[in-house]
Design a protein around this ligand. Sequence first.
Ligand code: FES
Length: 154
Amino acid sequence: MFNETVISEINEIRGKYPDRRSALLPSLYIAQREFGWLSHEAMTCVAKTLNLPEADVRGTASFYSMFKNAPVGRHVIQICTNVSCMILGAEKLVDIVGAKYGVTSGGTSEDGRFSLVIMECIGACGTAPAMLVDTDFYENLTETNILEILDKYK
Ligand code: FES
């Protein structure tokens, strides 16, 4: 269950909108932050706190790729391999990260440190290759700097 602080945070967001449904996306973000991913329990908490049908919460959560429907590592690496990034070596970067941390696309490293996700374009084609680590954005990646960047995430 959510603690009182989280319930207050969600209720504060809910109070900003005339329709409680409008608070659903930010509430799902909060639930994901609290639980690490959107489990059945996490979505039930959101539904109860917002007084919305659980089906609405599940339908919304399953529609958006930024919501995780399974446990993930402490950090989620999202590397774009769309055209601009691919041309500038993103697939090689995926291989380097995979070899270094023992993680494959869609998987999580054995130590739980990283999950790896292959992304479509994240809007940084002019400074490709690009990636997100959790909510941090990185561009102009190279075979060297990507490992230096990831080393910061423990
Ligand atoms: S193709 Fe990778 S950011 Fe656009």
